[in-house]
Design a protein around this ligand. Sequence first.
Ligand SMILES: [Ca+2]
Ligand SMILES: [Ca+2]
Ligand SMILES: [Ca+2]
Ligand SMILES: [Ca+2]
Length: 250
Amino acid sequence: MKKLLLTMTLLIASSTMANAQMLFKTSFENEQAFPGKYTDTGDAAKNHQLANNPDEPIVNSTSNSESNGDLGFSASYVNTRNSMGLTNGVYFGVIKTKSTVGEFSDGEQGYILSDCDGKAQLIFNNMDLSNSVAVKISVDIFIKDTSYEGNDSLLVAVKSSKSPINAAVLLGLSGDEIENNPKNGTWQTITATITDTSKLNSAQLYIEFDSNSADERIYIDNVRVESIPEPATVSTIAVGSALCWLRQQQ
Ligand SMILES: [Ca+2]
Ligand SMILES: [Ca+2]
Ligand SMILES: [Ca+2]
Ligand SMILES: [Ca+2]
């Protein structure tokens, strides 16, 4: 009996590992990282998509990323402060400058959002999750340790076209909550699990950062979406395998 229990435990562990599968990822390693600042040439009074500018940090990488097997992304600006937005030249987009973070959490590059003077949104491409019942979403985030005010906010979530709009929230902080987050100044991995993807029509990971100074900055790296096995499937496999083992012993 002891041996059977041990075998079942091993089978459960191994089938869990075997069934976890990477569905989508990006580590911002496949984009060219231009040095310097990004300057939005749009009208800061109006909400708009940001555009990639020649020789400036890449803010959108929809097609390039996907051809490299990565999850694509695009950025936009929302006027929440009637200020200059990203038109004054800001650190924003894919970078390899490590002076604030020390090292990126994965590889040599990441994505920075800063000096938004309004709300910046980074949204990842729609994910087809129809072949997975449950998924785990993980993002590594580095929040610069500085002072944040009541009108600053940060949200990392997965939205769906069905209600509720946010199918999962990985991190939601505003004002003092950002400033008092104990992991500021270090890389932290934030995660969320969606246990029934059939309730979603579509799924898009997005990051919203409303801030108004160059020091208020976040870095993103190592975005991963993995399928996770259903508990029922795991135990069925384990019990089935254990029964086979028992038969072999008889
Ligand atoms: Ca990276
Ligand atoms: Ca700005
Ligand atoms: Ca501040
Ligand atoms: Ca602020």
